[in-house]
Design a protein around this ligand. Structure first.
Ligand SMILES: Nc1ncnc2c1ncn2[C@@H]1O[C@H](COP(=O)(O)OP(=O)(O)OP(=O)(O)O)[C@@H](O)[C@H]1O
Length: 258
């Protein structure tokens, strides 16, 4: 099984420690994890540690039988796809070519008809087919963000890391991109970890939430349990009420503390 286990992870930048003793155990294939927490709580730093961009000072990160801390770049990029917050590509390439490039990055460079089909399929899944021939530099912020998500999914990795995948999207596209990611990852048995600021989207689409605060895990569990904890109010410095809507989805009503 390709379960993800992060154990006692410590990481930071130079001499500055950001993440302290992060443990997230037994994330299973097909599990959609929402990484939540206020600004500067360490979400991107955790992604960078898992993606091999920064080297943790302590702890382990394993995906099945692979140790992601010591794995080589080629081995890691076959298994893990990471969409950073500052995505983007201003090369003179079309959307189709950009996604094909992301696919080929993870395996051999020769392009097969199967590769072309995979790119066309993911464009169709994400309702982006009409943009296939458009120059990547000419996209709107939201379109570029959806293309960046397509670049991660097309590789069909075991683990997908999405840093704020909905931050540039309108309401329709926030829902449609998360619904599509969820459909694709469930079908293929991928693990997805998405950093989300919108707790209502997190409640609606995630199976499990991990709450970070000041570089530590403050809570980890099903959305209904995590969002009901008082640590949500303390960490975000707001008052919240957790409600169940008529459609049976959870709704976090938040306001500033007096
Ligand atoms: N390259 C860097 N060098 C030094 N410190 C950094 C660097 N990148 C981030 N930090 C610091 O690490 C801390 C955590 O930042 P990080 O980007 O991981 O938080 P985050 O939870 O993703 O925040 P946000 O929700 O605002 O995107 C912050 O205090 C930030 O200033």
């Amino acid at each position: 099984m390709n379960n993800l286990n992060i154990t006692d992870l410590g990481a930071g930048y130079g001499k500055v420690t950001i993440l302290k003793g992060i443990t997230v155990s037994n994330v299973k294939p097909g599990e959609f994890v929402g990484l939540i927490g206020p600004n500067a709580s360490g979400k991107s730093t955790l992604f960078k540690s898992i993606a091999g961009i920064i080297r943790p000072g302590t702890g382990t990160i394993s995906l099945g039988d692979i140790d992601l801390v010591t794995a080589g770049r080629a081995q890691r990029s076959r298994r893990v796809a990471y969409m950073p917050q500052a995505y983007g590509c201003n090369a003179a390439l079309s959307v189709f070519e950009c996604i094909l490039l992301a696919l080929k990055q993870a395996n051999r460079w020769r392009v097969s008809s199967d590769d072309l089909d995979r790119v066309a399929d993911i464009l169709a899944e994400l309702e982006l087919s009409h943009l296939a021939d458009k120059g990547i530099a000419l996209l709107s912020g939201g379109q570029a963000q959806m293309v960046a998500v397509a670049q991660t999914l097309v590789r069909q990795p075991d683990l997908v890391l999405l840093d704020e995948p909905t931050s540039a999207l309108d309401l329709h596209h926030q829902l449609s991109i998360l619904a599509t990611v969820r459909r694709v990852m469930k079908k293929r048995g991928m693990i997805v970890i998405a950093a989300l600021h919108d707790l209502n989207l997190a409640a609606q689409f995630c199976d499990r939430l991990v709450l970070l605060g000041s570089g530590a895990v403050l809570a980890d569990g099903p959305p209904g349990k995590v969002l009901a904890l008082s640590s949500i109010e303390e960490t975000y410095r707001v008052k919240t009420t957790l409600e169940q809507t008529r459609r049976n989805t959870l709704y976090v009503d938040a306001r500033l503390s007096a």
